[in-house]
Ligand binder design. Sequence first.
Ligand SMILES: [Zn+2]
Length: 90
Amino acid sequence: MVVGQTVHLSGATREEFLADAEWVAHEAVHLRQYREHGLVRFLWKYLVESARVGYFHNKYEVEAREEARRVVLADPAHVLRPLPRHATRP
Ligand SMILES: [Zn+2]
């Protein structure tokens, strides 16, 4: 997960994270979202959105999932992997 401009890994190594282009692209979207809204404002909006529609339908997660998928599909050498655990419906 991203807080501010730092990606915090849980249950994965830095190498595993960096080897997964889709995951990297997903977290890169969250880094941009923090930059666009500001730390406190984005955290607040993210939590309100999660409380309103849940994690999976949270618009910031939807944006990150869709953008990450586009990035991977745009790479001619892409290898589609199953969606990461955090991006699948519970
Ligand atoms: Zn996310």
